[in-house]
Design a protein around this ligand. Structure first.
Ligand code: UDP
Length: 238
C-alpha cells in the first residue's frame, strides 16, 4: 500500500520542534509532525493543587484546544468555560502522561500549567501535544533551577507519544488525517525512554484486532517513540 505522503509503513512524518517559540511562558515549543502543528507552553504557578497543599508535592496539569482555523471545517471555540468532551479526554491524557515522569516531591509545592493549542490539525494532535509538552515542561523546570528554586530537574525520564493503526490491512506508524479517517484499527501509544508504557489507547474501529497485530503495532510505536525521545533530548540538552 502506498501512503499518501510517500512514507514507508514504519516512518514518522518529518518532526520539527522549535524551542523558545514564545517569549512569555517559562517553556514554549512549536511541534510539527508533518502538517500537524501544536504550540505547547508551560507556565509555573507558585502554588500546588489544593489537595496537595502542605504535602511538599507539586502538580502538573494540562489544557488542550484546537484553533477554529486548524481543521478543514471550522472548529467552534469553547464558550462559557465549556470544553468539549474530546478536548477534556485529550487534556487528561496529556496531564497523566507528563505526570508519569515527574517527581512531584522534587518539583515542590508549585504547579506547572501545560497548554497545548493546535494551530493545524492533520491527525495525531494529542500525541504531538504530549511529545512537545514534555520539552516545554522541562524548559520551564530548567528556569526554576536557574532561579535556584529547585536543585535538579525533577523528571525520571522522557515521555513521548505516537499514533499507530491498521489501514487497508497494513500496520502504519504515525497516521495523518487521511489515514486516521480510514483506519480499521487506531491506537495512541505513550512511552518513556526506558521503553515502558504510560498509556495505550487502542480501538478496533472497523474490525476487532488480533494479539499478533497488537504486537506489531506496539513494535512500530516503540520505534517511533524512540526516535522522538532522541529529538526531545537533542533539544533539551541543546
Ligand atoms: N479532527 C477535525 N475536527 C475535530 C476533531 C478532529 O478535523 O473536531 C481531525 C483532525 O485532523 C485530527 C483528526 O481528525 O487530528 C483525528 O482526530 P482524533 O480525535 O483521532 O485526535 P488526534 O488524532 O488529533 O489526536
Amino acid at each position: 500500500m502506498d501512503r499518501i505522503d510517500g512514507r514507508k509503513h514504519f516512518e514518522l512524518r518529518p518532526v520539527n520542534i522549535t524551542n523558545d517559540y514564545l517569549v512569555s511562558p517559562h517553556g514554549s515549543v512549536l511541534i510539527e509532525m508533518g502538517r500537524t502543528k501544536v504550540i505547547c507552553t508551560a507556565c509555573v504557578e507558585e502554588t500546588t493543587a489544593r489537595h496537595l497543599t502542605g504535602t511538599g508535592c507539586g502538580w502538573v496539569t494540562a489544557e488542550y484546544s484546537m484553533l477554529p482555523g486548524s481543521t478543514a471545517t471550522r472548529k467552534k471555540r469553547d464558550r462559557g468555560g465549556k470544553t468539549d468532551g474530546r478536548s477534556v479526554e485529550i487534556q487528561r491524557l496529556i496531564g497523566r502522561s507528563l505526570r508519569s515522569v515527574v517527581d512531584m516531591k522534587k518539583l515542590g509545592e508549585r504547579t506547572i500549567w501545560i497548554d497545548c493549542d493546535v494551530i493545524q490539525a492533520d491527525g495525531g494532535t494529542r500525541t504531538a501535544s504530549i511529545t512537545g509538552a514534555f520539552v516545554a515542561m522541562v524548559e520551564a523546570m530548567k528556569k526554576l533551577k536557574e532561579d535556584g528554586k529547585i536543585d535538579e530537574i525533577p523528571v525520571t525520564g522522557c515521555v513521548s507519544a505516537v499514533s499507530v493503526g491498521i489501514v487497508e490491512e497494513q500496520p502504519l506508524l504515525d497516521l495523518c488525517y487521511d489515514e486516521d479517517s480510514r483506519a480499521m484499527v487506531d491506537m495512541n501509544v505513550v512511552m518513556t525512554d526506558k521503553g515502558e508504557y504510560v498509556e495505550i489507547q487502542g480501538t478496533g474501529e472497523d474490525r476487532p484486532f488480533k494479539p499478533d497485530e497488537l504486537g506489531e503495532l506496539l513494535a512500530l510505536a516503540a520505534s517511533g517513540c524512540r526516535t522522538l525521545h532522541e529529538i526531545q533530548k537533542e533539544i533539551i540538552n541543546g
